[in-house]
Design a binder for this molecule. Structure first.
Ligand code: G3I
Length: 377
């Protein structure tokens, strides 16, 4: 009887469709992680660097993808001296404030970048001739900016790129006029102005043995002075087919022994030829463009795409292996169009260093990176 009645029920086809779609979406949710940040939520934070267009949500694709994929944001340029502090008595906080608001709205912590860097200094700082004036700038700059954002951002790269490749201190206006202890002094001022903010040292190539030894000595010096340092950022500007995996692993182990957080703060993989033998991220080094140095103006050949995916896969395998020591991995930009590597060290090239392509489509490497997260640690 019951069976008979049931057989007479007519279910409209649009209801069947809704039920089908619903069960598909439930099934999708249960079959695996949907984004980078979800995939790695039990391992480390996963971040991106954001530019002004993205902070102001002027690009709809970026506005959708950033909060969906990432749980840490670094301003690519908007907190650098030449933008935030253009004249002695003038600060331009507008864009940095917008970034804080953007982070609050999307519930994503901000990683401040950077208080003291020899590069991208405002003209007035470059013009300072005497030590007393530079010291005054140094104190005002760090304490004003660090205090303003204390409790509003998660961390600061207090000092960026203070070392040479051999591990010695890089020559800069700070080293020249304030002496080698300027790094300790910067952390001391930041600690006072921003007690609620984590304080990091950030540099490129510090996975390499000599530079790494210099960074370790510098961090130990800060610690020995009784000054707080919470972490170290290995930038991670590497080249496809030449990623220094062994040195990266050694560095994770060596830096974590200092009792601080280890982060990869500016990850990208160039696929283009390097005009020099050394691997560098020194923004002051430039070379001329020509066809040899810009071999893929239209698209990336499959063979290179495969090497690219393989290197990203191996890198994230390594990060995942050391998920207890690695606190954050930040990509230096969202998609290939945005990357600084299109214009450095040669202006106007077409590079492909990130996980999203020029149309904001996730690449094969993106899916491989997600797969790594689901494999057993
Ligand atoms: O803001 C001006 C704009 O007004 C002007 O019209 C335009 C013309 O070129 O230049 C704009 O400034 C550029 C700025 O990026 C913003 O787009 C600078 O020329 C350009 O040099 C600057 O490049 C940045 C570079 O640091 C120097 O600050 C890159 O975007 C940024 O990705 C790069 O990031 C650095 C990290 O901070 C530290 N580690 C290395 C990393 C890569 O170089």
């Amino acid at each position: 009887m019951k069976y008979k009645r049931m057989s007479r029920i007519i279910i409209p086809s649009n209801i069947i469709l809704v039920v089908l779609l619903f069960s598909c979406s439930v099934a999708k949710k249960n079959t695996g992680p949907l984004s980078l940040k979800e995939a790695y939520k039990n391992s480390f934070m996963i971040g991106t660097a954001v530019n002004a267009v993205q902070i102001e949500e002027k690009e709809p694709n970026a506005a959708k993808i950033i909060p969906q994929e990432f749980n840490a944001l670094t301003p690519e340029n908007s907190m650098k001296c030449e933008i935030i502090h253009p004249y002695w008595d003038t600060y331009h906080f507008e864009l940095a404030d917008k970034l804080i608001a953007y982070g609050n709205k999307n519930n994503i912590p901000i990683m401040g970048h950077t208080l003291i860097w020899h590069s991208q200094l405002s003209q007035f700082v470059k013009n300072i001739k005497n030590a007393d004036s530079l010291k005054l700038f140094f104190e005002n700059h760090i304490s004003t900016i660090a205090a303003r954002y204390d409790g509003k951002i998660y961390s600061w790269d207090v000092v960026n790129e203070a070392l040479n490749e051999d591990g010695s201190m890089r020559n800069s206006t700070f080293l020249e006029k304030l002496g080698p202890d300027y790094v300790i002094e910067a952390f001391k001022i930041a600690q006072k102005a921003a007690p609620k903010t984590e304080l990091y040292y950030n540099d490129y190539n510090i996975e390499q043995p000599k530079k790494r030894a210099g960074a370790i000595a510098l961090i130990k010096k800060i610690q020995a002075a009784g000054v707080r340092i919470d972490g170290v950022g290995i930038q991670g500007h590497w080249k496809v087919n030449n990623v220094p995996f062994k040195e990266i692993e050694e560095s994770i182990i060596a830096f974590s022994k200092l009792g601080i957080k280890v982060m990869f703060t500016e990850l990208d993989l160039t696929v283009l030829p390097n005009p020099w033998e050394v691997n560098t991220a020194d923004v002051n080094m430039k070379a001329e463009n020509n066809a040899y140095f810009n071999p893929y103006p239209k698209e990336l050949p499959d063979s290179v795409q495969q090497m690219f995916s393989k290197d990203y896969t191996e890198l994230f395998k390594l990060f995942q292996k050391h998920h207890k020591e690695v606190f954050r991995v930040t990509l230096w930009g969202l998609n290939d169009q945005q990357s600084w590597l299109n214009n450095w060290p040669i202006y106007g090239r077409t590079n492909y260093p990130l996980l999203f392509d020029r149309d904001f489509k996730p690449k094969n490497a993106y899916f491989k990176v997600i797969d790594i997260a689901t494999q057993k640690k």
